[in-house]
Structures are given as C-alpha cells and as structure tokens.
Ligand binder design. Structure first.
Ligand SMILES: [Zn+2]
Length: 471
C-alpha cells in the first residue's frame, strides 16, 4: 500500500454521465475529466449547479476527450475559481473550443426554458445559465496541449502520457506515473474506450506495467455489430429509400458519428454500391467539428492518412454539401428528389433535425435511420420504439416513415473489447487493481464478474464518494 495515495470517484460512478475522478497524493490532487451530468433538464441543472469538487485543492486537470459528459463542466470549474492548467491532446483542445461554446448556448436556452416554466407556475425565482461564452473562453485559455506519447510533468511527482483511445478524434487514455516516498505506481484511466478496426481512427493502445486500471464499462453487457455489417446495412437502407424516391434522415451526434457516416457513404459510393444522390450535412456544429477533423490528420489511421496524402478527403465527395445557413436548411425539405440529410441533435431533442423530421415523418417514402444511443424520454427513443404517433414541436403526428436502427456505429468498446483490453493490460502486468467507472450497475456487475473470474487484480465498482486506496 502507498500511504496517502488514493482515488476518489466523484461522478460517472455507477452511471454513464458526469465523468469526474480525483487522484490524491501527498503533494498533488489531479482531477481526471470534469463532465456535465446529462439527464432530464431540471434534474441536470440542479446537479450541475453545485460542482461536488474541492476546487481549492485541485493542482491540475487532465481531460480524456471532448465529449460534454467529460469536458462540459470545465467552464464551471474555472468560473468557480480554478486557475490551474488543463491538459488535453491538441485535437481535444480544438474540439473543446467549438463544443464548449455550443454547450454554453444550450445552457442559456435551458435557463430560459426553466425561467419561462417558473413564470407560468407563478414562481418568482429565476435561474442563471451555468456558464456563458466568456467562461468558455477563460477555460479554453487554460488548456495545455500534450500530443500522444509525450511524457509531461504535470504536478509534483506526477508525469502524464496520453495514448490513443480510439473513441473520438483526440480521445486519450491517460497514463499517470506517480512517485511518492520512493514508490512508483502507474495509474491508467481509459476515458471512453473505442473499438478496434473503426474507420478514421486508430485502435486503442495498450499501456504496459499498469498498476491500477480505471476503465469505462458502458457496454459491459453487450456486443456490437462489426463495421462491415454496418456498411452493408447502410447500403441497403440508402438503396431502399432511393428506390421509393424518398429522403433518408440521419439524426447524428456532431462529433465522430457524423464524420463516420459521411465516410461510410463515401466508401459505398466509391464502390458503386449506392446511387450518387445528394447528401446534406445540416448542422452548424457538425460543420465546425468536421473542420477540426481536417486539421488533425495526426489522429487518423493509416487508411485515412493515405487518402489525405492523395488529396482525397474522407469528408468530401460530389453532391455532398455542408449547410450552415437557415435558408438552405429550409430549402432541402422542399426538394422533390431523393436525398440524405445528416443533422443534429443525435437524440432528436433539439436543433435542425426537428424541422426535417416534421416535414418527412408523415410520408412513407422516407426513412429515419437511428445510429446512436437514445436516452429514455427523448423523441429518438420513441422513434426506436416504432411508435405510430409522435409529438414534434408540440403537435402529434402520424409516423409513416420507416424507422431503421443501426447499432454498428457505436464509438464505445463492447463487452468483448473491454474484457480483451483488460486482459492485454494484465499480460503486460502487474495490474493490482481495476476500478469500473462510466457504466450502469447491471453492465458493471456482469463485466466485474468476467474480469474477476481470471486471476489477478481486484475489481471495484465505486459509487459516488467512494475512495480507493492505491495498493
Ligand atoms: Zn465519449
């Protein structure tokens, strides 16, 4: 046991949102990720407003990747007085500069919504947005970029190295080499772990000599479809919709999912497997994020790098148009010819996708293709459930459009990947302890049994506030 060295689990403990973990040593307190809790509007607002962190004690912050449930509370941390550095990969920094500003705009509209609601109920109290654009600018100015595979001293006795996590652009596995009283421990946090053989990104890297592995466990109880099946399914859906003369709507998360879909369509088209119908990417955030992708070829796999070298961008092809302005966004619904529209938000709760759904949902020629996780109580979930009627902009509408769900696009490791990853770490030993985070209790329990059934490390499933002493 290393006296005094321990982990404390603050968020994403037996849940999949609000990632926040603390590493405490005698000389430093390192915060791993600082994510927003995402759930129902009122509940999320209350939980996020009171950051459950000892801000004065935090020496340094390390960010695994740009997703808002990992990065979205950073502006709040800075607003509440944190004035130290925030370490991230260069691509994560650039993505955060775009995504946190978008998050600030959502905070603003959420606060307005809650205030209108309070007014209707005759309550006088109002809420302020959690943070604004200025807070985001301040937070982003604290970022220090550390490229993959460069060891950087980040706090007394703590050295950081990022490895590729293969989850989204810039995503990193955080490797911390910690020295205390002559004892060395290597503590590794997977962040969100990607999958092998995915388009665009490299496979997750495996560190050696891990003492403690903090691993995500989102899909500890599930297996995903492979990339090939996903592309075949996508081709079938595109062809079917084209033959009906309809539109294919793809509600998509702006980071990674949208770019993967664009790339998959490009490949299918290049192979002559789908017709050259028009494709619109209609989401200002997705457009900005795709621009960040173009700036970071250092994150690509060999196939994508080779394409870039021959001036064949994975994110461009004939008849593909990125839409920024509202006029064009409205125009594409009125077009008669078949087309594909990729738009945000991914769960169909806000944004331009709602306008496209409104105009497309009642026509059986059209298809809505769901490519991401849909939380309960969202319009996306109701579509997945194939409900015959759904409410859009407060009006009940018949759903005549076909709804197709493709599961192969997930950016998270599945059960087999998670077990294999832990095994590969264990082979490079010594791996004394494993802590499961970022997962619901059921998948965690199943995964813990699988990991624990092999000899070696102890497996913990910490709840919020739990501490784990480093052995
Ligand atoms: Zn993520």
């Amino acid at each position: 046991m290393v006296p005094g060295m321990h982990l404390e689990f603050v968020g994403a403990a037996q849940t999949v949102t609000g990632s926040m973990h603390l590493l405490r040593t005698k000389h430093a307190t390192v915060l791993l990720d600082c994510g927003l809790y995402q759930g129902k509007r009122q509940e999320s607002f209350e939980r996020n407003r009171h950051l459950p962190l000892p801000i004065d004690e935090i020496t340094t912050v390390v960010l695994s990747h740009a997703h808002i449930d990992h990065s979205g509370a950073l502006p709040l941390l800075v607003k509440n007085g944190y004035d130290g550095p925030i370490y991230a990969t260069p691509a994560t920094r650039d993505l955060c500069a775009v995504m946190l500003r978008d998050a600030a705009a959502i905070q603003d509209s959420d606060a307005r919504f809650l205030n209108r609601h309070a007014e209707k109920e005759g309550r006088s109290e109002t809420v302020e947005p959690l943070y604004d654009d200025e807070d985001v600018i301040e937070a982003v100015s604290r970022f220090f970029s550390v490229p993959y595979h460069h060891a950087a001293p980040i706090a007394p006795g703590v050295k950081l190295t990022f490895l590729d996590a293969g989850h989204v652009l810039g995503s990193a596995i955080t490797v911390l080499d910690v020295e205390e009283d002559g004892v060395h421990r290597r503590i590794v946090f997977t962040g969100d772990l990607g999958r092998n053989d995915r388009p665009i990104l490299r496979d997750p890297e495996v560190p050696d000599k891990v003492d403690v592995l903090i691993t995500e466990s989102t899909y500890g109880d599930r297996l995903h479809d492979g990339t090939e099946k996903m592309e075949e399914d996508l081709a079938r859906v595109i062809n079917r919709t084209y033959q009906r003369g309809g539109k294919l709507l793809i509600p998509s998360f702006a980071l990674e999912r949208a770019q993967e879909v664009i790339f998959a369509i490009k490949k299918l088209r290049g192979a002559g497997k789908v017709p050259a119908m028009k494709v619109y990417v209609d989401s200002p955030l997705t457009v900005k994020i795709t621009d960040v992708f173009k700036l970071h070829p250092e994150c690509y796999d060999a196939e994508t790098r080779a394409m870039m070298r021959s001036h064949n961008s994975p994110f461009e092809f004939d008849n593909l148009r990125y839409v920024d302005d509202v006029e064009t966004s409205k125009f594409i619904d009125q077009e008669q010819e078949p087309s594909i529209i990729i738009s945000a938000s991914g769960m169909c709760e806000a944004g331009r996708i709602l306008h496209h759904l409104k105009s497309a949902i009642e026509d059986q020629k059209n298809t809505i293709m769901i490519v991401g996780y849909q939380a309960q109580h969202t319009l996306g979930r109701r579509l997945v459930e194939q409900r015959p009627r759904v409410r859009i902009f407060g009006v009940e509408r018949d759903r005549r459009a076909e709804v197709v769900v493709l599961n192969g696009f997930s950016a998270h490791a599945d059960q087999k990947d998670l077990v294999q990853y832990a095994e590969r770490c264990r082979e490079k030993g010594p791996m004394r302890q494993i802590a499961l985070v970022h997962g619901d209790p059921k998948p965690q329990k199943i995964l813990a049994e699988l990991l624990g059934s092999k000899k070696g490390a102890k497996v913990a499933m910490p709840v919020t506030g739990d501490q784990l002493t480093i052995e």
